[in-house]
Write a protein that binds this ligand. Structure first.
Ligand code: IMP
Length: 190
């Protein structure tokens, strides 16, 4: 697809593709957790996925969120901005992410969650991009695996934009760097 800026946006999953992907993941998570789960969303990119996932699940679900500061280049240090409100001791917890890229977010938050002594902790991500993995993280539930491409939509942003794009699309980061709004027209087309 070519948008108003003349820059290519490649659709990886349209809204139907997202729906069937979410249904598959929800069925897998439900089948593995008869006693129900606490879904812990990593703010903010996981919000659309978590909302759809929770509604597609056929088990008892509670919802909570975590948020961390972005990695500061060089230091690799992060800080919790928002902690859990629910006590997850002895519960099955599924951490829900938008994308697992380097895996550093997953690794840090898994360690935080494990300190709360859940009965079981799993990682569920809508997108898995293993090519840049820096931490030994293997998500338990994956919506779609992708090669080395930058993606936007369905919660994934570029500088805060495009989270509400109702599809997952591969974008050219050089185009977005030049003009972060380059694909805004796509928002009005779907
Ligand atoms: P990590 O590298 O696995 O720790 O991922 C950190 C965060 O970077 C993710 O939760 C996303 O918010 C963001 N991120 C990584 N890759 C992309 C992408 O292709 N598009 C949008 N955000 C991304």
């Amino acid at each position: 697809m070519t948008d108003a800026a003349g820059s290519d946006l490649r659709i990886l999953l349209d809204s139907r593709g997202i729906e069937s992907t979410v249904e598959r993941v929800a069925a897998d998570v439900s089948a593995d957790h008869n006693d129900g789960v606490v879904l812990v969303g990593v703010l903010r990119g996981s919000v659309p996925f978590l909302a759809d996932l929770a509604r597609a699940m056929s088990i008892r679900v509670r919802i909570d969120f975590l948020s961390i500061t972005p990695y500061s280049p060089g230091t690799g240090r992060v800080r919790l901005l928002k902690d859990l409100d629910i006590d997850v001791t002895g519960r099955d917890v599924v951490m829900v992410e938008d994308i697992v890229d380097t895996g550093l977010t997953s690794e840090f938050l898994s360690a935080q969650l494990n300190r709360r002594n859940p009965r079981r902790l799993s990682v569920c991500t809508f997108v898995d991009r293993p090519v840049r993995r820096a931490a030994p993280v293997r998500p338990d539930y994956v919506g779609i695996g992708i090669p080395e491409e930058f993606v936007i939509g369905y919660g994934l942003d570029y500088e805060g934009r495009y989270r509400n794009l109702p599809m997952l699309a591969a974008a050219n980061p050089a185009v977005l760097k030049e003009n972060p709004d380059a694909h805004i027209a796509a928002l009005y087309r779907f």
